[in-house]
Design a protein around this ligand. Structure first.
Ligand SMILES: [Zn+2]
Ligand SMILES: [Zn+2]
Length: 293
């Protein structure tokens, strides 16, 4: 009975907007019946203008040091708990800094021998779009409206997916985070979203069905039902992500993710696991077998 999540494992130890120690996250994942659990701490941000308000006393170099300490700690925990859970050590990408994000992400992945990555975009034209509704609204105004914001976000994600070939594509429709219970993508945005889905299919990635919006009362799980249905028709796999930011979030909301996956007509859910030789492979489990052990 596999039970898994690949987007999350953020902890207060290595991320200022999360809570608690990484080990508490791992212990909670074991207690909650996870067989496989992916840790995908945020990659460092490399420009001072990309630091979050709670990071104002830090420098980009501090974020790099913290990120590298996260990988060391995650590897220790991977070994310490290997008899109880298959931990995967990954990171969640950024499309920052605008000029050389791809080089930096690839270099970090290779140098630290990262198990997998969650390919996410949290900015449009270098401006963060998932922080506060009023910020996102001002970015929309700057680029020429909400539909243009959607279009640019999907194009940015398409490029990131093609460049980095992430195993998991994070919250594909994050751009509607502040649009409530019934967000709508216009025809033009939808065409660009189809381009993103094509990119996901061509690199063999799977979609993160992500509990964060539901847990925060912001709307349906990512991706929206119509996107999930389209992805299924295209043969794109899905996996689970609690997007947890502390032990209290571990596994919370994954029931809503499973319900969305079923409703879209999926029969199987994809998951990542270490094989006997220590390599990470993509597996699929029948939907009825996916539950806590
Ligand atoms: Zn976060
Ligand atoms: Zn994210």
């Amino acid at each position: 009975m596999p039970w898994f999540s690949y987007h999350g494992g953020h902890s207060g130890e290595f991320c200022r907007h999360a809570k608690g120690d990484l080990e508490a996250v791992v212990q909670r994942a074991i207690a909650a019946g996870f067989s496989h659990y992916g840790l995908s701490e945020h990659i460092a941000r490399y420009r001072s203008e990309d630091l979050f308000p709670e990071e104002r006393d830090l420098t980009p170099d501090d974020l790099i040091t913290t990120f590298e300490a996260y990988v060391v700690r995650a590897r220790q925990l991977q070994t310490k708990y290997e008899d109880q859970i298959d931990l995967l050590v990954g990171f969640e990408t950024e499309r920052l800094p605008p000029g050389d994000w791809a080089t930096r992400m690839r270099e970090t992945r290779a140098r630290l021998r990262i198990d997998y990555i969650v390919g996410s975009v949290h900015d449009v034209e270098g401006l963060v779009i998932d922080y506060k509704p009023e910020h996102t609204a001002s970015v929309a105004e700057r680029v020429g409206g909400v539909e243009e914001l959607h279009v640019r976000y999907f194009d940015a994600l398409t490029e990131l997916v093609s460049e980095l070939r992430p195993e998991v594509v994070g919250h594909i429709d994050l751009i509607r985070k502040f649009e409530g219970e019934n967000p709508v993508f216009g025809a033009r945005a939808w065409r660009h979203l189809e381009g993103t889905l094509e990119a996901v299919r061509s690199v063999g990635g799977v979609l993160d069905v992500n509990a964060a919006t539901r847990r925060r009362g912001l709307g349906p799980v990512y991706p929206l039902p119509a996107i999930l249905e389209r992805a299924r028709a295209m043969g794109i796999g899905v996996t689970l992500g609690d997007d947890g930011h502390g032990a209290h979030d571990v596994g919370v909301g994954l029931d809503a993710c499973m319900a969305a996956i079923s409703a879209a007509g999926y029969r199987e859910v994809s998951y990542l696991a270490h094989d006997r030789s220590g390599r990470v492979e993509l597996r699929r489990a029948p939907i009825e077998d996916v539950r806590p052990r």
